[in-house]
Write a protein that binds this ligand. Sequence first.
Ligand SMILES: NC(=O)c1ccc[n+]([C@@H]2O[C@H](COP(=O)([O-])OP(=O)(O)OC[C@H]3O[C@@H](n4cnc5c(N)ncnc54)[C@H](OP(=O)(O)O)[C@@H]3O)[C@@H](O)[C@H]2O)c1
Length: 267
Amino acid sequence: MAGTAHPGVDLSGSTAVVTGASRGIGLATAQHLAAAGANVVLTARTQEAADAAAAQVAGPGTAVGIAAHVAHEDEARACVQRTVELFGGIDILVNNAGTNPSYGPLIAQDHGRFAKTFDINLWAPILWTSLVMDASMRERGGSVINTASIGGMGHEAGIGMYNASKAALIHVTKQLALELSPRVRVNCVCPGVVRTRLAEALWKEHEQAVSSATALDRIGEPDDVAGAVTFLASDAAQWITGEELVIDGGQRLGSPAGFREETRARG
Ligand SMILES: NC(=O)c1ccc[n+]([C@@H]2O[C@H](COP(=O)([O-])OP(=O)(O)OC[C@H]3O[C@@H](n4cnc5c(N)ncnc54)[C@H](OP(=O)(O)O)[C@@H]3O)[C@@H](O)[C@H]2O)c1
């Protein structure tokens, strides 16, 4: 694993909630925030998974796992309340949990898959932001970071429903940045293809091809995104709000091989 250190970033005394932190980008984010000194609450759908994830966080910040389905309001409220009881408030909310149950053309989808995708990927970030505002941030300020995707910035075969939810999340990030200003900053990260379970269909069978089509010649690792989230949570980003930060190794730039070929062809 790449290092979790962020020289010059000190989150000591602050508290973060990271949803969907049992593995992947959420777990790495919790590890980075705790390494910078923050106390971190990691959520997952089962207490077992949340506990196992918290046990993988080295600190110096304290890590606690709390079970909560992100779209179940009672569980979300209880998690936020418990965090405030444990640590006295919440300074950082990372709305990271995400799902993609709906591969295929948009017109082949059904309402069940639409509702699940949009409940988890869009409604939950709004719900958790609202709960955290009421419980703590309205009074003490803070930083909210949503995990969107570069998929929300373009169009791709087969994942139109997921991408629509992430496009909406980018929009909602900017809306919330205005609504919650000036005390609370709201930003999102837009990862490219990252080595996690959720995205396996995008890299597992053809990692070399995806890497070759990426300027930095590799797919992303959860740590790549966690570092950017930690930056956005910190005072180093204190005048940044309403932004989408792309972390994709250059995937949106297009194929570097094609670019080099064209450069050669033009002499
Ligand atoms: N990997 C990529 O290439 C990529 C690219 C762009 C954006 N993203 C976004 O990054 C975020 C993290 O995904 P990942 O790639 O790290 O995937 P992952 O490793 O599969 O992790 C997904 C996490 O979300 C949690 N989760 C899923 N549904 C949940 C629910 N209903 N309630 C609570 N937690 C739930 C899972 O926890 P449990 O299953 O333990 O409950 C797990 O911790 C997602 O928002 C995803 O859309 C990923």
